[in-house]
Design a binder for this molecule. Structure first.
Ligand SMILES: [Zn+2]
Length: 409
């Protein structure tokens, strides 16, 4: 009965969602890495709104002297006192608008057309922020308390590494414990049928081949690093793809991926044999492997290549980000969320793995159950980004159901 009242109240809040969008989208929250001023103004508007609703807001500011005000805000609101604690974590920062000429609507205004709200951040991740606000507002309006503890977290710095956001709360302040459930509404499918429970490890590698630069008319006196680089990178391609062949249908694509991507410019003219060749690899590795095995494969190919050609090869890890163990599909968090989705939508949700990285990996690395779920059309980071109000309201309903579904401990 309680839940029914709550769901009905959420249903009536789509006007409130529009109001929030109109207020939050114009408050740009671009991280300093992308030339912005951070989330402070947006966070303060949200805090004001939460306090107006009568919530006590816990605020954890991570110091960052690159932004005006010198801090990156994280807001927490707790409702209820049962167990487990169910965290719903959304992020306040957004990427810049990109090429402004590609936008049909002004990126920093909320333009409402029927069910659609356009604007930078409308989906990523204000849809989650607003859906969480609908849940909080409905709890307040009905005076209900969930049987578990809801912790609504609005965090900074997701788009540029989470050092001042989730990782600050998790690693510096230790606000989480092993029994917590974490829902991150920051990966989506259009019908809400995909629950992300696993991610691939991420590895970026720089491959440098040093030969000897000479005049192109006298190549025998040099060592063409460009040709050797092509040979080496093709050999790496072959070895990596034949060695790491595990296949897991939960993932899309179902195997590890190894892609040579960026290539640095070598010589500026055509008649010089280049003496240095630099290529970068983007590797997304299924969690059945560990990152070190792949790094070792790079080094071992490089060693033999160097020994047989005389070129000097160096392998450098540019970035390494382990995914942590997948959240088991039998975990009550996954089962309860799937049930909530089934009841609300009549859709059978399935667990999936992705090649991208979300903040869920930081929890999984610490053995905390985390799922990533949302309903949207995947317009994040694109021009004319939008969210559907229908999805915002429906996601808030699923959040509510999840709170009443969680087995109490
Ligand atoms: Zn996001």
């Amino acid at each position: 009965m309680e839940l029914k009242r709550l769901l009905e109240r959420i249903e009536g809040l789509s006007g409130y969602a529009v109001e929030l969008y109109r207020r939050l989208i114009p408050l740009k929250a671009v991280p300093p890495e992308f030339g912005g001023e951070g989330e402070l103004r947006r966070a303060e508007a949200l805090q004001e709104e939460l306090e107006k609703l009568g919530f006590r807001v816990e605020r954890y500011d991570a110091p960052d002297d690159r932004v005006p005000g010198g801090r990156r805000p994280n807001l927490l609101v707790r409702v209820g006192s049962g167990r487990p604690r169910v965290w719903i974590i959304s992020h306040l920062d957004t990427v810049p608008e990109g090429d402004a000429s590609l936008w049909r609507y002004p990126p920093y205004e909320a333009t409402v057309e029927g069910d659609f709200v356009y604007g930078r951040g409308a989906e990523d991740n204000l849809q989650a922020v607003v859906a969480t606000m609908l849940l909080l507002r409905a709890l307040r309006d009905t005076g209900l308390e969930p049987p578990v503890t809801l912790v609504a977290a609005f965090v900074a710095d997701e788009e540029a590494g989470s050092r001042y956001g989730v990782r600050y709360l998790l690693e510096k302040l230790n606000l989480f414990d092993g029994d917590d459930w974490v829902l991150v509404p920051d990966f989506c499918s259009p019908d809400g049928s995909e629950i992300e429970v696993a991610e691939k490890h991420l590895l970026w590698v720089k491959v440098v081949v040093e030969g000897r630069q000479v005049h192109a008319s006298m190549p025998h006196q040099g060592l063409n690093a460009h040709r050797l680089g092509m040979m080496l990178n093709l050999e790496l391609d072959r070895v990596l793809h034949s060695r790491f062949t595990a296949y897991d249908e939960m993932f899309e694509p179902p195997s590890s991926t190894f892609e040579p991507t960026r290539k640095e410019e070598n010589v500026g003219n055509i008649n010089t044999v280049p003496g240095r060749d630099i290529v970068y690899w983007d590797c997304r590795i299924l969690p059945v492997y560990n990152i070190q095995e792949v790094e070792q494969a790079f080094r071992s190919v490089a060693y033999w290549f160097s020994a047989s050609t005389g070129a000097k090869v160096s392998i450098e890890t540019v970035m390494r980000d382990a995914a942590g163990e997948p959240t088991p599909v039998s975990h009550p968090l996954v089962r309860s969320l799937a049930e909530a989705i089934r009841e609300d939508r009549g859709v059978e949700a399935r667990p999936v793995g992705i090649g991208g990285g979300t903040v869920a990996r930081y929890f999984r690395k610490r053995g905390i159950a985390a799922v990533v779920w949302q309903t949207c059309d995947m317009t994040a980071h694109q021009p004319n980004e939008y969210a559907r109000l229908g999805n915002v309201v429906a996601d808030a309903r699923v959040f509510a159901r999840l709170l009443w579904k969680a087995p109490r401990r």
